[in-house]
Design a protein around this ligand. Structure first.
Ligand code: ATP
Length: 298
């Protein structure tokens, strides 16, 4: 539905702009007009070597004048934690990741990165340390090797292949007649949706960001590729703070924290076990087959 795709497109469009800024607009498939981003605040400074602590303090935001899209958000992600964002369609999950990625700024409250007000950090330095694995894989016209190398432009061929191995992508790439030199184009060179995801995971592994934004795919993927994706994600998530717009029950259960959002507010947060014990919204969702419901949102 439109309601579902718009916010994701929002992040995607902005992300494409970001990509094109690095790679040259001609290399990215779909460059779509986006709003002008605000400039960095006066005196904003780069922050290097982010550990990945992310804190929301009374954060409220709305896209348009009127009621808040999200309001009074409070949570803390410790470095390395996996945070699953769960909730019905339109609840505000994408908005939260849009705010973490600084595509929008809070109207009220603060977002702290490693204890620093994120407004006082340059966007460029922040985004260099953030990775995105989104439902659309942002593959561009070029070889598979170039597409993976996009994660870190100075990576050697060996590093590209190591990332592909870690992402469970190496074996399918090798089976292609042209291997890593296979050209991706709009007709996709016979690469499946799941394989595209593996490529975008390989790219993120190569980039090695401190903070990862993951919009878990909802498309149905064959069981074997799905297992490969799950395994590759486990590797990718290790050691970095990850925010996942989660649709798979397993991802949600394994998260360090589950944040349940409804109508722009956090209604519950905690581990799978603690939320089940609370016998609240999450418990009800879970016992009424959460996964089915989450997947039905798509
Ligand atoms: P979904 O699971 O469908 O992706 P979500 O939980 O990610 O939903 P958001 O995309 O954050 O929800 O949307 C929260 C609200 O903000 C929705 O009512 C949505 O229509 C609205 N919204 C999202 N993006 C924009 C935008 N760019 N401009 C105006 N309103 C927006």
């Amino acid at each position: 539905s439109r309601q579902f795709t718009r916010p994701l497109n929002d992040l995607s469009n902005q992300f494409n702009t970001l990509l094109s800024a690095v790679a040259g607009a001609d290399r990215v498939f779909d460059i779509i007009d986006t709003e002008e981003e605000a400039v960095d605040e006066n005196g904003a400074e780069p922050l290097q070597n982010i550990l990945g602590k992310v804190e929301f303090k009374d954060v409220s935001f709305s896209y348009e004048k009127g009621g808040d899209t999200v309001s009074q958000l409070n949570f803390q992600a410790k470095p390395g934690q996996t945070i699953a964002l769960v909730g019905p369609t339109g609840a505000g999950k994408s908005t939260i990741v849009n705010l973490i990625s600084r595509f929008y700024e809070p109207d009220q409250g603060e977002i702290l990165i490693d204890g620093h007000d994120s407004k006082k950090i340059t966007r460029e330095s922040l985004r260099k340390q953030m990775g995105f694995v989104l439902q659309d894989s942002f593959l561009f016209q070029g070889s598979i090797r170039e597409n993976i190398r996009y994660g870190r432009l100075d990576a050697t061929d060996e590093e590209v292949e190591n990332a592909a191995r870690a992402a469970n992508a190496h074996s399918f790439i090798q089976r292609l007649p042209e291997g890593y030199d296979t050209e991706l184009s709009q007709d996709d060179a016979g690469i499946s949706q799941g394989q595209k995801q593996l490529l975008s995971i390989a790219r993120a592994i190569l980039a090695d960001p401190a903070i990862l934004i993951l919009d878990e795919a909802t498309s149905s993927i064959d069981t074997i590729t799905e297992l490969k994706i799950q395994e590759a994600l486990q590797y990718l998530l290790k050691g970095r703070t990850s925010f996942i717009i989660a649709h798979r029950l397993n991802t949600i259960k394994n998260a360090d924290q589950i944040i349940v959002i409804e109508s722009g507010q956090i209604i519950e947060k905690g581990s799978h076990e603690s939320l089940l014990e609370q016998k609240g919204f999450y418990h009800d969702l879970y016992t009424s087959q959460l996964e089915k419901k989450m997947l039905m949102n798509s």
